[in-house]
Design a protein around this ligand. Sequence first.
Ligand code: GLN
Length: 456
Amino acid sequence: LTTHFLQRAKASDLNAFLQVDEALSLEQARAADVRLASGNAGPLTGIPIAHKDIFVTKGWRSTAGSKMLANYTSPFDATVVDKFNRAGMVTLGKLNCDEFAMGSSNENSAFGAVKNPWDTLAVPGGSSGGSAAAIAARLAPAATATDTGGSIRQPAAFCGVTGIKPTYGRVSRFGMIAFASSLDQGGPIAQSAEDCAMLLNEMIGFDARDSTSLTAEQGNVREDFTRDLNAPLKGLRIGLPKEYFGEGLAADVEQAVRAALDVFVKLGATLVDISLPKTSLSIPVYYVIAPAEASSNLSRFDGVRYGHRASEYKNLEDMYKKSRAEGFGPEVQRRILVGTYVLCHGYYDAYYLQAQKIRRLIADDFQAALGNTCDVIMGPVAPTVAWDLGDKANDPVANYLADIFTLSTSLAGLPGMSVPCGFGQGEKNSKRPVGLQIIGNYFAEAKLLNIAHQYQ
Ligand code: GLN
């Protein structure tokens, strides 16, 4: 199995992989063979998995898609990687992504964009573009990804694969190179809800090395996410936020999503109109909070402790400046500037504090709907299908606006899922996938996977 996928990964020209190392993978595969032969194997033993390059992986380069970390090899494994290693999974390689997970098209990677396997003129989505493209092109059967404001759900939608962002705090962030710590959450991308459930079984759990990890007392216990996959959906109340079906939603995306909703009605669900009135504020709120946290997290990259150091400099301060100017790409620099601005004395109250208050109101919107009028919320993952490579590459605001349907879930810390639900139209009449988004209340991952599985 490992050999098969290694061959496919090496032959691919999608630029989904940043590193493939046959010797490292085969060593793990042989160990898995021994385990399988000895009867000491779990359901994932011997199955290859590729990791988004945000997860540090012992013995492998871990770049976060940045020139800053182009030559960084981690001396330890991220908790998520460690858990999959213990389960006997085989690391197939490291996957391309937007630099420090900042982006919606994978075009912010220092190592070049990833191509969408459905239409190589299209972006794969971001920031986990390599993860989604690798699954869609069958270069790997399973992949890790991270979602801060949509980076699991949106690339999964653009590439026609399945992804789930768990409740914030359920998956350890230890060894996940930080972007915005109050939002970052790891999760799987795979072919199906069933595969995602099996992967999530291994990923979840309290980790003392992550200060925001949810504890067992808080409900973060290991559970079997496959247990409810076949539960019937009769009586399920699906909330449809009017803000997710209004102006700006492309007709082809709306059509595919509505067709999926018809399937749920046939399965016994009812559709309820709801409202999430603060939806439009999620963009300004997220693009204040995420850069603020990023500016703080990225201050560790000073050319001394990690990564790139300029070769010529006059003094210490000059070394910091030159190393950071050379190591960080334009989008990362933009976020650091925005982040330090909104945190500075005199602006903190006007921007950062205000954004935190609205963040709470956005979370309240969801609580007013979930549990009262509906059990889950559905809508599109993104307003359009994947756009053309290059189309929005120099227009950060256009990229930010395309995150409208994924940001509020992240700000509220809720679990969200992307499930392929048909196709829209690309530029030259190509078919580009559409993703259905399913949002649930805290800890509702098993419910989301059940719903997705019934649809699939
Ligand atoms: N597109 C969003 C951003 O650029 C979300 C990225 C993410 O979830 N990592 O910040």
